[in-house]
Design a protein around this ligand. Structure first.
Ligand code: UD1
Length: 422
């Protein structure tokens, strides 16, 4: 298995272009199943998760042509079919549950494997399922599979018991072709949901309230295929800002939406870093004096759980105490133990991580346990003394496009080594 070798201590300097957002592209690719004809998506990042979801929609009858070099994906839809997807395909990525919305909307039936737990917690899909039940679907669980059947999808008013990005996306896709008025309350307001909604509106859907807690959908008879460009990835943007911050460098993030990462740049500014922003760029520079901070992860527009791990890496190098509280996932501190191996001073108390800044992190062999924990290790290694070896980098391949190339262009000393023995 490939691994990274990172020699830390270099200040990152320069500009980096942000790729298309994985978490917007995933539901948008699946939503293309809602219209017959050819959908053309641009700014699609070349990532393992994207390649998996492409296989998923091919399995359901779509024809695809992904030009990874140009980040363009063509999707031809003629006769989609329901079918139990091989568990091997589904188990690597929870987002495959997204096919339920379009399949129920178009065929009135959907069979998918029930996603298992994962490294960051149990991650149930009960909100997706109770939403579809409110829309008239009958749901059975059999041999680890979800079997959903709806003679006719009906409009409804449904309040999600907890804010869920996945359930909001899935239910919107399930409702756009349902005749009548469907109202969802307590919706996720993440930019990824807004991007999905705008794609659907371009296809002809009638959706109001995107980016708010209440989304109202008037069902339309038919959607048409369109061309659409995926928004920039705010989590990738935030990770590069944190890479700039931890090396006390000067990094300009281009092709991003500064508003999407304001919760992060606000924390960094308060901590003492210098932040400047323009229409589609953000720049970070070291401040005269940086100090510890207190933050907690929250649904958008709050601080995103997906940046909690790399923010913790930065916290371990900031003089004084910082506290990060995780409120979204119950088990999202696996990176803390690996960071301790690199000399970090972190105490976990329940869902709080308390860090005391150390003068220098030092290199150690470490292992990624999930995608964003992996980002934390890369960020930490950039600032650590010596050469850090990071294993299980297939996790970061799921969500960071051209990571070594982009970091090298900023002056990092990072190598991807092929084929280690473990
Ligand atoms: C999405 C993102 C992920 C991000 C997360 C939170 C994608 C592909 N993934 O994941 O990167 O970390 O949002 O911003 O977009 N929950 C339930 N029942 C459900 C659904 C969710 O209890 O039916 C809980 C989850 O366990 C979690 C919380 O709700 O504690 C939020 O999860 P959710 O927003 O659904 O995350 P995902 O959509 O899986």
């Amino acid at each position: 298995m490939d691994y990274y070798l990172i020699k830390g201590g270099r200040k990152l300097k320069g500009e980096v272009k942000i790729s298309g957002a994985k978490n917007a592209a995933l539901p948008i690719i699946v939503a293309s199943l809602l219209a017959d004809g050819e959908t053309v998506l641009s700014n699609v990042p070349d990532l393992k998760d994207i390649r998996t979801i492409i296989k998923v929609i091919e399995y359901l009858g779509a024809e695809t042509d992904f030009d990874a070099g140009k980040n363009t994906l063509k999707i031809k839809v003629k006769n989609i079919k329901n079918g139990e997807m091989p568990y091997d395909l589904v188990k690597t990525m929870r987002a495959s549950v997204y096919v339920m919305g379009p399949l129920l909307a178009r065929l009135g039936e959907a069979d998918v494997s029930l996603p298992g737990g994962c490294a960051i917690g149990e991650r149930p899909v009960d909100i997706h399922l109770s939403g579809f039940e409110a829309m008239g679907a009958v749901i059975e669980l059999e041999h680890g599979n979800i079997k959903a059947r709806a003679k006719k999808m009906k409009p409804c008013e449904f309040t999600m018991r907890q804010v869920s990005v996945g359930a909001t996306a899935n239910l919107i896709m399930g409702a756009v072709l349902t005749s009548g008025k469907t109202v969802f309350e307590n919706c996720a307001m993440e930019p990824d949901i807004v991007d999905l909604g705008e794609f659907l509106i371009k296809m002809g859907a009638d959706i109001k309230g995107l980016g708010t807690e209440r989304i109202v959908i008037e069902g339309v008879k038919k959607l048409n295929p369109v061309e659409y460009s995926i928004m920039p990835d705010r989590i990738e943007a935030g990770t590069f800002i944190l890479a700039g911050a931890i090396t006390r460098g000067e990094v300009k993030i281009k092709s991003c939406i500064p508003e999407h990462i304001k919760s992060l740049t606000d924390i960094l500014e308060e901590s003492g870093f210098e932040i400047s922003t323009g229409k589609n760029w953000v720049e970070i520079k070291d401040g005269k004096k940086v100090t510890g901070f207190l933050t907690k992860t929250l649904p958008y527009p709050g601080f995103p759980t997906d940046l909690q791990a790399p923010l913790m890496s930065l916290a371990t190098t900031i003089p004084g105490i910082s506290v990060i509280i995780e409120t979204i996932f119950e088990n999202r501190f696996t990176h803390a133990a690996e960071l301790r191996r690199m000399g970090a001073n972190i105490t976990i108390e329940g869902n709080s991580a308390i860090t005391k800044g150390v003068k220098k992190l030092s290199s150690a062999p470490v292992m990624m346990s999930d995608l964003r924990a992996g980002a934390a290790l890369v960020v930490a290694a950039l600032a650590a003394e010596g050469e850090t070896e990071i294993r299980r980098i297939y996790h970061s391949d799921r969500g960071y496009e051209k990571l070594t190339e982009k970091l090298s262009a900023l002056g990092a000393d990072i190598k991807r080594v092929e084929g280690g023995t473990f």
